[in-house]
Design a protein around this ligand. Structure first.
Ligand SMILES: [Zn+2]
Ligand SMILES: [Zn+2]
Length: 176
């Protein structure tokens, strides 16, 4: 596998964003979800990097762009995008980042239904680089199984689990 979740810092990100927006359009159409102009604009903001962005930063960016929006409408759009599985929320910083799968240009554009169902996954694992802020999302199936075992032993019912792991990505490790 040559694809890395952590891209080179100087990669041409416009290609990533283009892929993601194309994917979002197709996916929403197929899933019967309405990607309105506002939701699309908010998604573009979140997808503008591989880092997480907060609602107020989005509002600021759009205001600088001449689009004055009410916080509530941005929050509603973020909720929609999160439920659609297109973005994820970092609970530790209350910020959002685009689902990595959709940046992947190897993604089969013909069948958006193969989108991994992040919203249904029992466990999400996010690797967060503290140097550059880039977030990598990895499958947490075996970690999910471990969490289930621990929870089951206490007869604890897990609704969702999300692990946020802080560290340094390989790109930052190699650029010192
Ligand atoms: Zn990129
Ligand atoms: Zn990094």
């Amino acid at each position: 596998m040559t694809h890395s979740l952590f891209p080179q810092h100087d990669h041409d990100h416009s290609g990533c964003t283009t892929n993601l927006m194309k994917f979002a359009d197709r996916y929403c159409q197929q899933a019967g979800l309405r990607l309105t102009k506002l939701r699309r604009t908010v998604l573009e903001q979140v997808a503008s990097s591989h880092k997480a962005i907060g609602a107020y930063q989005i509002l600021d960016n759009l205001a600088a762009d001449g689009q004055k929006l009410a916080p509530i409408s941005v929050y509603r759009s973020l909720d929609f995008l999160q439920e659609a599985g297109l973005i994820h929320r970092l609970e530790s910083t209350n910020s959002y980042f685009a689902c990595q799968r959709n940046f992947d240009d190897e993604f089969d554009q013909e069948s958006p239904s193969t989108l991994h169902k992040c919203s249904e996954a029992s466990s999400l694992v996010f690797l967060i680089c503290e140097e550059c802020g880039v977030i990598g999302e990895v499958e947490g199936a075996s970690i999910g199984a471990l969490i289930s075992t621990v929870a089951d032993s206490e007869m604890f019912k897990v609704d969702r689990s999300q692990l946020e792991i802080k560290g340094t990505c390989h790109t930052c490790q190699n650029s010192s």
